[in-house]
Design a protein around this ligand. Structure first.
Ligand SMILES: [Ca+2]
Ligand SMILES: [Ca+2]
Length: 372
C-alpha cells in the first residue's frame, strides 16, 4: 500500500461506530395511534408593560408515569417584545484530572476522569448563567427534586427547562402518574412597552426539537424514547496532516500518521465507514404543539367607553347601557374592571363609578389589586 516515492500512505480503514443505543426501541409509524405523550404550549394573551404573565405548558401522558423532562422553549422575536425573567448567576464547575506524563514537576499530558476515581489535580472553572423564574405551584411537578430553567441565549428570549423527579439518595420522589390536561409548568414572561402602533403583536413559543440534547421526555419505562432513529452508512474521508517519516531510507518513507484531519472531498489518505443515524421525534409516541403570546392593545383602567378619559359620566352611561340594555362590552373588557377583581363591568363596578361620580367616592382603579 505504501509508496517509496511518496510521502503519502494510503490505508483503508473500515471502522464501524454504533450510535444506535436507542434505535432498538423505535416503533413502526402508525398515524392512527394516540400519542403516548402530548405537550401543548397553548395560546396566551397579555397587556404591554406587565410582568409575571403566566404561560402554562400542559401535558397528557395516558400511558406511563413521567419522571423527567427537558424542554427548550424559544421566542421567535428579539428581546424588545417579550422576555422570560432571568437573573445572572455565577456557577462553578470542578473537573478532576489524572496526569499521564510529567516533565519535571509539570504535568504535560492529562486525562479528564470522574470525580470519584483516582485523580492527581482538579480545575475549578467559573461561568455565568442566566437563570429564569418559573412557577411550579399547583403543577404536576411541584415537589420535584431538581428543576432548573435558564436562558441559553442569555437575553431571556428562550428557556431551557430541566426537571428530574427523583435524585439519588434521600426520599424517593415519584413522577406524575398517567393523566390528561395537567399543567407541567408555568413559565413567567414579562411584556415590555409594546406600542399600540405595532401591528404584529404575536410572539411564537416554539419547542426546539431539532437539537437533540435539549429535548427529552423520560417515562418510568427505561426503554421509552421520544426519538426515532434512521440509520445509514456514512463515508468519512481523512487526510494526514503530519507524517512520521523514516529519513534513513532513500527516498524517505512514511512510517505512520501522527495527525489526521477530516475532509469531505478527495484526495484523502484514509476512509472511515461509519454506521450513523439521524434522529427525529417519533410522532407515533409524542405530539408537540407550539404556542404563542399575543400582546393586546394597551388600555386605560376606568375608561369604559374607550375615549381616552377614565371615570366620567360617559363611562358610567356606557356601563349602564352594557349591564341593563345589552350594550357592547368595553374594549378591552378589562377597562371596565374598576376594582381590578378580575370581573369586568359588572354591577360592582357600576356601584364604584356611581359612587365616584356622584358621591365623591374613591377614584376608579385605586384598589391595591390595580397596582400590580
Ligand atoms: Ca371614558
Ligand atoms: Ca370588577
Amino acid at each position: 500500500m505504501s509508496s517509496r516515492n511518496s510521502y503519502r500512505k494510503v490505508t483503508c480503514l473500515t471502522l464501524v461506530a454504533l450510535f444506535l443505543s436507542a434505535a432498538s426501541v423505535m416503533n413502526s409509524p402508525n398515524e392512527n395511534r394516540i400519542c403516548e405523550v402530548t405537550i401543548d404550549v397553548g395560546e396566551t394573551t397579555a397587556f404591554p408593560n406587565t410582568t409575571n404573565n403566566v404561560i402554562p405548558i400542559t401535558i397528557d401522558n395516558p400511558v406511563d408515569t413521567i419522571v423527567g423532562f427537558q424542554l427548550w422553549i424559544q421566542l421567535d422575536r428579539p428581546p424588545d417584545f417579550v422576555i422570560f425573567q432571568t437573573d445572572t448567576f455565577l456557577e462553578f464547575d470542578t473537573t478532576h484530572w489524572r496526569c499521564n506524563a510529567y516533565s519535571g514537576p509539570n504535568c504535560i499530558d492529562s486525562t479528564l476522569v470522574p470525580f470519584d476515581s483516582v485523580w492527581d489535580f482538579f480545575h475549578i472553572d467559573t461561568f455565568e448563567v442566566e437563570r429564569a423564574n418559573i412557577d411550579t405551584a399547583g403543577t404536576l411537578i411541584a415537589g420535584w427534586e431538581f428543576l432548573v430553567a435558564q436562558s441559553l441565549a442569555l437575553n431571556g428570549t428562550d428557556l431551557l427547562i430541566t426537571g428530574i423527579a427523583d435524585l439519588p439518595g434521600g426520599p424517593i420522589t415519584p413522577g406524575f402518574a398517567p393523566q390528561s390536561g395537567g399543567t407541567l409548568i408555568n413559565m413567567l414572561a414579562d411584556v415590555l412597552d409594546v406600542s399600540d402602533t405595532v401591528t404584529n403583536r404575536i410572539a411564537n413559543l416554539i419547542i426546539n426539537t431539532v437539537f437533540i440534547p435539549n429535548f427529552n421526555i423520560v417515562l418510568a419505562d427505561p426503554g421509552w424514547s421520544p426519538w426515532a432513529f434512521e440509520t445509514y452508512w456514512d463515508t468519512i474521508g481523512w487526510i494526514c496532516t503530519d507524517w512520521l517519516i523514516d529519513t534513513t531510507q532513500n527516498p524517505p518513507d512514511t512510517i505512520d500518521c501522527l495527525s489526521w484531519q477530516h475532509t469531505s472531498i478527495p484526495p484523502w489518505d484514509s476512509i472511515e465507514v461509519v454506521l450513523d443515524s439521524i434522529a427525529s421525534l417519533d410522532t407515533s409516541r409524542i405530539c408537540i404543539t407550539d404556542g404563542s403570546l399575543e400582546v393586546l392593545l394597551s388600555y386605560i383602567c376606568g375608561d369604559a367607553n374607550g375615549d381616552g378619559t377614565p371615570g366620567n359620566i360617559l363611562d358610567l352611561t356606557f356601563l349602564v347601557d352594557r349591564i341593563f340594555r345589552g350594550g357592547p362590552p368595553s374594549d378591552p373588557p378589562e377597562a371596565a374592571d374598576f376594582n381590578c377583581d378580575g370581573f369586568y363591568g359588572n354591577i360592582l363596578d357600576l356601584t364604584i363609578i356611581v359612587d365616584f361620580v356622584f358621591r365623591g367616592g374613591d377614584p376608579l382603579c385605586s384598589a391595591p389589586e390595580c397596582s400590580k
